[in-house]
Design a protein around this ligand. Structure first.
Ligand code: ADP
Ligand code: MG
Length: 139
């Protein structure tokens, strides 16, 4: 059994639409445990650094504007195969292509406002968890 940790972010659209409880319910009822959680309004700098990997993409500016448009909920999840399990629960990046019953299919409306972020690998999960949680009191 491989117990992993991964990072989830409930994005501003899902917070605004009052889906925090629904999304956390999906995690908990599918064997994931909430290890850490905080609500935060990301600064431009934080969002740009977090999504630095996408900075050459055409949608980068819109992504940063959206991610800083309201509060997000940043969550460390743990559980068996947590990284891939979370990605499966999230569904496809584009809610219109997401499988029925996934978070993005049920709670998101568009590819840019798609309810949740989830780490895409164990390596990125460690980096992303460290970004928000490890260095005490910096952010
Ligand atoms: P995922 O969140 O599924 O891992 P990516 O890492 O590819 O997807 O992209 C990061 C985020 O950037 C997406 O969740 C989405 O909000 C946004 N995004 C990705 N592709 C597009 C696109 N073609 N148009 C607008 N926004 C996009
Ligand atoms: Mg991604």
């Amino acid at each position: 059994m491989t117990i992993e940790k991964t990072l989830s972010i409930i994005k501003p659209d899902a917070v605004q639409n009052k889906h925090i409880g629904n999304i956390i319910k999906r995690f908990e009822s599918n064997g994931l445990t909430i290890e850490k959680m905080m609500m935060k309004h990301l600064s431009q700098e934080e969002a740009s650094e977090f999504y630095a990997i996408h900075k050459e993409r055409p949608f980068f500016n819109d992504l940063i504007e959206f991610m800083t448009s309201g509060n997000v909920v940043i969550i460390v999840l743990s559980g068996e195969n947590a990284v891939s399990k979370n990605r499966k629960l999230m569904g496809h990046t584009d809610p219109e292509q997401a499988e029925k019953g996934t978070i993005r299919s049920d709670f998101a409306k568009s590819i840019d406002a798609n309810a949740v972020h989830g780490s895409d690998s164990l390596e990125n999960a460690a980096i992303e968890i460290g970004f928000f949680f490890t260095s005490c009191c910096r952010r």
